[in-house]
Design a protein around this ligand. Structure first.
Ligand SMILES: Cc1cc2nc3c(=O)[nH]c(=O)nc-3n(C[C@H](O)[C@H](O)[C@H](O)COP(=O)(O)OP(=O)(O)OC[C@H]3O[C@@H](n4cnc5c(N)ncnc54)[C@H](O)[C@@H]3O)c2cc1C
Length: 289
């Protein structure tokens, strides 16, 4: 199928993009990499009357190192992160995660802001941003706001974003002494993951002092697993992966779908949490910038 006809507008400035969105209301859609929107338009699941192309807005494509934080513009491509544009332990995590998203052509075009706004339950960036307690910067005409990723993500393919709002970027804290791990399971190379986990840990004197654990594939969106974090904190580092997996198995309650049973999804979640925790234990820690 082909999309319904639409007006195409190439945004010259951020202000003009926000003006168009404000005037068009829910008739308009932003297009970034087009890797999710175009297929959805071809299927006529989305029928925008106006398409606002934000690709000319170079200020949205910047990777900025700020004091104690990394700021990624909404138009930063998956491939940019995969290529190691960001240094340190956080950069290593982002490069690894980006390599799991689709195939190279998807990663060259697809953007981190588009991934967040699209909010696919299997989107790696939603999972990672949640685990790392990132904040989303949002703008509409005459107004800016910031939301935690937890507040930003609603359910499958739904967010707190209003139709006239634009994601400007994402801010991730740099935490000296922390390390990161990621693991996912996809049925075939390049496919969306069935399950995935991202873990951030602070280990002091071989004991886990703080933990952030998020998982996807057990519900309509990525979730932080507070009881798993609590089960890991205070453990010797060498027992953390097993403890995390055990607690995950207890706490997740997936619904299952088609031929995929809840038990299988629970076991899968525990397996990726175990792998991501072990990876975080083995990973280098973030250094003071
Ligand atoms: C074959 C294939 C495999 C894929 N595999 C994966 C995968 O394994 N994991 C994964 O996470 N993704 C996967 N994707 C999706 C890919 O990561 C997309 O790049 C991403 O979901 C959307 O980014 P985009 O820049 O292409 O956004 P677009 O497709 O341009 O837009 C997606 C949605 O976000 C909105 N939007 C985009 N940017 C903004 C913004 N700055 N502010 C507000 N709204 C915005 C659009 O209006 C639209 O609703 C795959 C895609 C394909 C085609």
């Amino acid at each position: 199928m082909k999309p319904q006809s639409f007006e195409y507008v190439r945004a010259g400035t951020l202000d003009s993009a926000l003006e168009i969105l404000a005037d068009a209301g829910d008739e308009a859609k932003v297009i970034a990499g087009g890797q999710s929107l175009v297929p959805v338009m071809n299927l006529r699941l989305a029928r925008p009357a106006v398409l606002v192309d934000i690709n000319p807005l170079a200020e949205l494509a910047r990777v900025e190192q700020r004091a104690g934080a990394l700021r990624l513009g909404a138009l930063v491509r998956h491939r940019t992160l995969e290529r190691g544009e960001v240094g340190g332990a956080l950069g290593g995590l982002l490069a690894e995660v980006a390599g799991h998203i689709g195939h190279v052509p998807v990663r060259v075009r697809g953007s981190i802001g588009g991934s967040l706004a699209h909010a696919d339950p299997g989107a790696e960036w939603c999972l990672v941003a949640l685990a790392l307690e990132a904040e989303v910067e949002i703008a509409r005409r005459g107004e800016r706001r910031r939301l935690t990723v937890d507040a930003f993500l609603d359910g499958p393919f739904t967010t707190a974003l209003a139709p006239d709002e634009l994601v400007l970027g994402l801010e991730l804290a740099r935490r000296p002494g922390w390390s990161y791990g990621f693991a996912e399971h996809a049925r075939t190379h390049g496919a969306f993951a069935q399950s995935g986990a991202c873990v951030a840990l602070q280990v002091r004197d071989e004991v886990v002092a703080a933990a952030r654990v998020a998982v996807m594939g057990v519900g309509g969106r990525a979730e932080r697993l507070g009881p798993v974090e609590a089960a890991v904190v205070g453990r010797p580092a060498n027992g953390a992966a097993a403890a995390a997996a055990g607690a995950c198995r207890e706490v997740v309650d997936p619904a299952g779908y088609d031929e995929v049973s809840p038990d299988y999804l629970r076991a899968l979640a525990a397996a990726v949490v175990r792998r991501a925790t072990a990876a975080a234990i083995a990973a280098p820690t973030e250094e003071r910038q």
